[in-house]
Design a protein around this ligand. Sequence first.
Ligand SMILES: [Zn+2]
Ligand SMILES: [Zn+2]
Length: 327
Amino acid sequence: MLAVTEPRPITTPQAPAVLAAPPGEFQPPSSHDRADRIATAIVTLLPVVALLVAIPLAWGSVLHFYDVVVFVLCYIPTGLGITIGFHRLLTHRAFETTPAIRAMFTIFGCMAIEGPPIEWVANHRKHHTYSDEEGDPHSPHVNFGGGVTGALRGLWHAHLGWVFGGGMANEARYAPDLLADPVVRFVDRTFVVWVLAGLAIPFGLGWAITGGTIDGALTGLLWGGAVRILVLHHVTFSINSLCHYFGNRDFETTDHSTNLAWLAPLSFGESWHNNHHAFPRSAVHGLGARQLDLSALVIGGLAKAGLAWDLVVVSPERQERKRCAGE
Ligand SMILES: [Zn+2]
Ligand SMILES: [Zn+2]
C-alpha cells in the first residue's frame, strides 16, 4: 500500500473563470429551489411514515428473513457510498482511486438520498470550515440558548432542521474541484436516475429472492428501500447532532465533536467524529485499536488490491500531539 505520513493540504482548483466576483457563502437561488425543498421534505418524511406503516405490517408477518437480507444488501453499499464516497473520498480526499471506483461510490451515495454529491460535499466542507461557530450549517451549539429547550432546539437543527432552513453552501466556493470533475459532475447531474435505481434494486431483489412474487418485491422495496433510507438518514444525521453533543473526546479540537462508540457499527466508523475533526483528511476515523471502522477496512482492502493509493495516514506522533490531557 502506498501511504503518505503527513496529510497533504487541500488544494482546490480555482473556481471557473466565468465567475467575476468571488463566490459567496450560500448557493445562489435558482428556479429549482422550491422543488428541491419539497423533494427533500418528501424523501425525509416519507421513510418515517413508511416505517410507521411497516411495523404493524411486520407484526402481520410481512417482515421475513429475506427482507432482512434485502435490507442488509442495500444498506451496506449505500452507507459506504456516503462514508467512503461522499465523505472520505470526495469531501476530504483521504485517498485516490480510479474514476470507475469514484463513480461507483458516488452513485451508491446518491442512492442514500441525502442530496446530490456536490451539494453534500459543499455543506460538509463548510461544516469543517466553521465547526460549531457562526457559519456552520448544522451546529447544535450556535444561537439556540441555554437549558433543555436550547439543547433540544440545537439538536433538532443539527439533526434535520437545517435541511429545511435553506442556505445551502455555495458549490462554486466550497466544491470547485468537483464542479470541474467530469465523473462526479455527471453523477451529480443524473442524481434522480440513481435515486430511482436505488429503489428499483430492492424491488428486484425481493422479487428474485421470493421466486418472482409481487409480495416479495413490495416488501423488498419497503425494507430495502424506505426503511433502509430512513435508518441510514438518521445514522448520518446523528453524526451531525449526537456526535457534536454526547460521547468522549480523545483529541483537542476547537469544536464540540465527540466519539460515540455505540454508533460506530451502523455508521461504518463515522461516529469516531472527534478523531475526524482532529484529523479531517485521515482515511481512518477509528484511530484507536478497538475503534471499529468498516469504511477504513474497505479502503485498506482496496489499497491492498491496488485500487486505492495515496491514503492519508496520521502518524502516532501527530496523534499524541493532539491527544487530550489525561488520555
Ligand atoms: Zn462534525
Ligand atoms: Zn468530514
